[in-house]
Design a binder for this molecule. Sequence first.
Ligand code: NAP
Length: 417
Amino acid sequence: MRKKARIIKRSDGTLDVPETPIIPFIEGDGTGPDIWRATKMVIAAAVRAAYAGKREITWLEVYAGEKGRKKTGQWLPGDTLDTIKTHVVAIKGPLTTPVGKGIRSINVEIRRKLDLYACVRPIKYINPVPSPVKNPEKIDMVVFRENTEDLYAGIEWESGTDEAQRVISFLTEKMGAVLPEKAGIGIKPISEKNTKRLVASAVSYAIENNLPSVTLMHKGNIMKFTEGAFSKWGYEVAVEKFSDRTITEEQLYESYNGKRPEGKVIIKDRIADMLFQQVLLRPDEYHVIATPNLNGDFISDALAAQVGGLGMAPGANIGDMCAVFEATHGTAPKYAGLDKVNPSSLILSGAMMLDYIEWREAAALIRKGLQATIKEGTVTYDLARQIKGASEIKCSEFARGIVNNIDHITQGSLADF
Ligand code: NAP
């Protein structure tokens, strides 16, 4: 008899995942329904193949975006947030950002209201996806981008407004600042609490996955009390929480002759502009990057481009209470309903979600099945136009190709792909 579906629970930072978890999903706008259908099909096949029917996900639809507005009159219904909170883990397609003054991005609202403070983006090359760099196979990094503060906090005033002038008067008259006339003003808050929880999650990830280093990316040479403080607090939390598992780069050379001791994670820091060069020139020296919001936005898209673009990049927003896995691209509205776009970003986000709930065998099958399908040269339009000799297939056909390859891999008929 089929086991009753149950919700995932979290206590003391540990997940209790039943064999039949209920996981909420937001289908997404535009091409969302196409890529969600494809993703659901692939996840179901991987779970079935990995656990022979002993495990199964029950999906629970929650609404947001245009579908949310049509069904409930709201772009982001409170029920949706409550359901994600109680179910701990969720997945979402891309959402339209409503146009109009005073309406914030729904994605930003979801992150803010659920306090999903870490935007986690793994960047790994999938052969033979076309790449603009010579050795894309050397790129295997995970970016932990702070999600709740920095210039993204939305504290800004337009040039010439009364508010901007009041802030300018305060800064010039009371604080001795020198400012250009009628400047627009933005505020960049970076706090110890938010930095430390972000860096702690990056270091935990490196420890759990046995990765060699965590790099604190910052622009502290110029912005000392925000970006510089990020680096300082990052080093501090590594000592406060993980002193037995971490060493600094300085200690590596002073005490260990530059050779990483078994089981230790090296904590290092790099100035942001320099790191952009380094990830192009020597990407294999970087494994986990922890960084404030704005740097993180830039570096994760730049790294995604190095391995073949946003259409392939998975992502997740993770907090202490819950986690939402999501496609990193937008709704691509001109392709809505055409069964055309590449579903890989959402499918790989699904694999991240399976890793998160520790269904690692199913996650691995998805990655292998996807790679095998791309290797066969039957791909969606975006890859077909770049891979020589490849033929274009629909979004749903691509998903079926992955399902077939998952079956071949588990039957042992696709040992070497
Ligand atoms: P977009 O939807 O990401 O699309 C831009 C272009 O990227 C597409 O025209 C297409 O390029 C390519 N693309 C995107 N997804 C693809 C996929 N799955 N497969 C293949 N190619 C893909 O960006 P946008 O047009 O700027 O934004 C549209 C809407 O999405 C806006 O409302 C925006 O606010 C929202 N958005 C949502 C999220 C999110 O929910 N996380 C993120 C970003 C944007 P070609 O036509 O050149 O092939």
